[in-house]
Design a protein around this ligand. Sequence first.
Ligand SMILES: C[S@@+](CC[C@H](N)C(=O)[O-])C[C@H]1O[C@@H](n2cnc3c(N)ncnc32)[C@H](O)[C@@H]1O
Ligand code: SF4
Length: 308
Amino acid sequence: MTHNERIYYCEPVFRPPSEHNSLLIQLTEGCTFKCDFCMSNLRKNFKIRSIKEVKKDLDIAANKRFSSSISKLFFLDGNAMVTPTEKLLELTRYAIKKLPKLKRVGVYAHAKDILKKSDNDLKELSDAGLKIAYVGFESGYDVLLKDVHKHATKADYINISKKLFKANITLSATFINGLGGAGNEDVSKAHALESADLINQICPNDDRIWYIAFLSLMIPPGTVMYEKKIRGDFIEMNSNEILNELKIFIEAINFKNKGANCIFRSNHASNYLPIKGTLEKDKAKILEVIDFGFHHKEALRPEYYRAL
Ligand SMILES: C[S@@+](CC[C@H](N)C(=O)[O-])C[C@H]1O[C@@H](n2cnc3c(N)ncnc32)[C@H](O)[C@@H]1O
Ligand code: SF4
């Protein structure tokens, strides 16, 4: 094997922004779900790659000059948790064996695919090195989850959070601001309040770090939501409505554990305003930033700079 061999990628690949420095290894392609807003499965036939193919890519990475500096690995694509446990275990162990400085393996994980794994499966995966799961909650409001064909419920999210925390796999959950669209204040309010209630309920009773991120809805061509928008059946929220929804969410955060270490981020390229803090310690500060956004439109990210 030479230093010039290339790792295989099925473009476009999907990874969380926080994995930008990680070694990316294509384990799956596309996604078995088809949420209305998501482009993960457009132009890709779903596939779990073979152990042989993935090991070959890990061998190529291990043979590169930079391999000794790799501390994080992310198994692509939009939902690698769908991979059968034995296969995911074998590949995680292989990665840890091949890359001496590797400390953490991460995956995107749909709630239903976490639920399919037993507590023992998750513990084994965690012990092997799978230490973070990025789960798209999108909302805690079941009506909205059903409406966008998420195929998961608030109760599922409560269950999987408990399972991940128990297995010592870090939870990083994302929500989508503006998911219900404009013109329906009741839906927006329920989206914010049910999402906050979900977060309040899952907050662990210790000081471990976990992550909550809010993205703002984008409508990529090819998605079901795009078709709805073109037909006039879906109208996007404006920046004020988005910030107001976020404000209602933040105001309703009320953890029993006041020492919780929930890292909150709403600083993705899709967001109008970069916001970061620890919940609920920084609640007042976060609300101040949102208030600043209401009164300083010039500080908001222009529409043409917003991206996924
Ligand atoms: C590639 S998906 C993987 C999530 C994982 N498959 C799951 O369902 O739990 C990553 C996340 O990006 C966000 N996302 C995807 N499409 C989006 C869009 N059009 N606008 C805003 N956020 C979006 C959602 O929060 C989604 O869960
Ligand atoms: S949000 Fe997740 S589950 Fe839904 S289509 Fe995208 S990658 Fe698949």
